[in-house]
Design a protein around this ligand. Structure first.
Ligand code: FE2
Ligand code: FE2
Length: 277
């Protein structure tokens, strides 16, 4: 493909579809939602049986939805409506618990307020995908995803640091190095997203930045995967309620990488003067 064909004005880019498979998205996020409900339940203090029951109901609701999603070939009709209702329910539940913690009206157990906000944000992101699946232009979409996911990745590192036993000094130090890197990447992503409001015809820096994001996210994904293996083998000292939490945050890193893999070539083709793939 020639350089001119890569211009953002070419018909191929005007009709550019950074199409995500909605059913696959829903399967991914429904599992995440089910696990969030489990993490909340495990983190609740033992004198909160009503909240534990509410969390259990959500676990079962998403379990059933996941079975329906596995059997479905399209995401529409009752399945979509039920999924939207369930996501709204879990958003309300997370927000209610967080609000009670902020008002000092409930014991936190081991649910950090930031963790509740983090998983509330993920649920809202999922709801947004279910309600408005049509993507905007690839550059805007890439920057939106980077700002969203880099914040989540940064917070994963913060949770890991606070859940590891203080004697796990080397792992904590590795995590602190990641925290510095991801805090900086998030700040840059926010800057670039703001600059993109001027609608540049090409923005090559985003391509270079995204490559850096990919390389660092691969390293972070590997760190999370290694921590999960250690926890499974009972070789890790921490107050993580279940090793599944480490696998959960590893899967979210892989999801971010999958999205970057789809979006980066589109941005390179439509929003940069760089060589096409
Ligand atoms: Fe999550
Ligand atoms: Fe997360």
């Amino acid at each position: 493909m020639s350089r001119t064909d890569c211009s953002g004005n070419s018909p191929i880019c005007r009709g550019c579809i950074c199409e995500f498979n909605r059913l696959e998205e829903a399967r991914f996020w429904a599992r995440i939602m089910q696990e969030h409900a489990l993490f909340i339940k495990l983190g609740l203090p033992c004198d909160e049986p009503d909240f534990k029951e509410e969390a259990q109901d959500l676990i079962e609701e998403f379990k059933e939805l996941r079975e329906r999603l596995d059997r479905a070939s399209r995401l529409c009709g009752d399945l979509l409506d039920d999924l939207i209702d369930a996501v709204k329910d879990i958003i309300k539940f997370k927000a209610k618990l967080l609000r009670l913690l902020l008002e000092c009206k409930a014991e936190p157990g081991s649910n950090y307020p930031l963790l509740l906000d983090h998983i509330r944000r993920e649920a809202m992101h999922f709801l947004e995908l279910l309600k408005s699946p049509v993507p905007e232009d690839p550059l805007t979409m890439l920057l939106q995803q980077e700002v969203f996911w880099l914040r989540q990745m940064k917070e994963h590192i913060e949770f890991v640091i606070h859940l590891l036993d203080p004697s796990e000094r080397e792992l904590i130090e590795d995590a602190e190095d990641f925290l510095k890197i991801f805090s900086r990447l998030l700040e840059t992503a926010r800057d670039l997203e703001s600059m993109d409001e001027t609608r540049p015809r090409h923005f090559n820096t985003v391509v270079r930045f995204t490559q850096t994001v990919i390389n660092n996210t691969i390293a972070l994904r590997d760190f999370k995967a290694a921590a999960f293996e250690l926890a499974k083998l009972c070789e890790l000292l921490s107050i993580v309620s279940t090793p599944l939490l480490l696998d959960h945050i590893r899967r979210e890193a892989d999801k971010f990488l999958d999205e970057l893999e789809v979006l980066l070539p589109e941005v390179r083709r439509c929003n940069s003067t760089l060589k096409c793939d």
